[in-house]
Design a binder for this molecule. Structure first.
Ligand SMILES: [Zn+2]
Length: 348
């Protein structure tokens, strides 16, 4: 992998990731961009004990541009986008409209391919591997920034999820605090260790799912994907490396080499859940990684959580009264049935 860092006209960092070592990326961003005045702040909720990022400048961001104005396509035919080069493989750059800024963290955009009409599921294994390497590199680099506590690479896919740009892309949030879900997991991890005389909760969950088998979606030599026993979402899959590591940096070459095959198969199955005549399945997919500051980070298990908010053809699961008001989820699809469906739609 070759990495070429550069700067956009307003000073934001942009990094090209290329599979070939001889690629030259020297295009200059000619746009007359003013630096964005960013004003995000984090506020502590005294009742819930968690943090909310407040980012007022985001209201001006680009919303559903037509394909010929896509800011994530390469710069071609006299049209200048966020990516100065006329083509690229994988690109990461600082978001112009970040939710987290300055010493309050950082938000980056990851373009998975220069092909506007592609999707992650349609990448080649080599293309998906390059994205994995970019996520890993960003985790390493962002962990060095002052104040960054946790790095979360994720993809929102589909208008139903609120995606404002159709080009295949994801984001990376570098948080200046431990996120609420991770804080909860660290708490249950510690409680389990106490109550079992030192056992690891992630190891036990993975071993139990493998032994039970009913919710296993697919298992490779180095990865296991299952629908969790208490899935919150209609179709939800958790993907764990079989050898526990705290973050992407801990994955060995065997796991890294197998990941593209496992993940692409999962995404392709997701698109088939509701039938071939249905529009692509909207989903959220994100990496859970150990916070850098956590004393027991070695006990945390890197894993990916993938879920859709679609519960049946043409119907979405809304976070209504119980979920939004109380954080108490009601799931209409039994996890065992979801797992069975996800096995049925395996690539032949
Ligand atoms: Zn595009």
């Amino acid at each position: 992998m070759k990495k070429t860092p550069t700067r956009l006209a307003d000073g934001r960092e942009l990094i090209y990731y290329d599979s070939a070592d001889n690629v030259v990326r020297d295009a200059v961003d000619p746009r007359p961009l003013e630096p964005v005045a960013t004003t995000s702040e984090t506020r502590y909720d005294r009742l819930l004990g968690d943090v909310v990022a407040v980012a007022s400048h985001r209201q001006g961001r680009i919303y559903h541009p037509p394909a010929n104005e896509c800011p994530l396509c390469p710069s071609r035919d006299g049209r200048h986008t966020e990516i100065p080069a006329p083509d690229y493989e994988v690109v990461v750059f600082e978001n112009r409209f970040p939710s987290l800024t300055g010493d309050k963290g950082r938000c980056e955009v990851v373009c998975f391919t220069s092909d506007h009409d592609a999707s992650f599921a349609r990448l080649t294994p080599a293309g998906a591997r390059l994205v994995l390497d970019a996520w890993t590199d960003r985790t390493r680099e962002l962990s060095q920034l002052p104040g960054v506590v946790q790095v979360y690479p994720f993809e929102n896919r589909g208008e139903e999820i609120g995606v404002t740009l159709g080009h295949p892309h994801g984001q990376i949030y570098a948080y200046p605090f431990v996120t609420p879900r991770t804080a909860l997991m660290l708490r249950t991890l510690a409680e389990h260790r106490e109550s079992t005389g030192g056992r690891n909760l992630f190891d036990d969950v993975l071993a139990d799912e493998r032994a039970d088998g009913r919710r296993i979606v697919l298992s490779g030599e180095h990865w296991t994907a299952f629908v969790p026993f208490a899935a919150h979402w209609p179709y939800e899959v958790h993907l764990y490396p079989n050898r526990r590591v705290p973050d992407l940096l801990g994955l060995d070459e065997d796991a890294r080499a197998e990941f593209p095959h496992v993940y692409l198969e999962l995404l392709r199955r997701f698109d088939r859940i509701f039938g071939d005549d249905q529009p692509p399945t909207p989903y959220i997919s994100g990496w859970h990684q150990a916070p850098f500051t956590s004393a027991d980070r070695r006990d945390f298990a890197l894993h990916l959580e993938l879920f859709t908010i679609r519960r049946t053809s043409g119907k979405l699961k809304y976070l209504a009264g119980s979920e939004s008001g109380m954080g108490a989820f009601v799931n209409d699809v039994p996890p065992e049935a979801a797992a069975e469906r996800l096995r049925e739609v395996a690539t032949p």
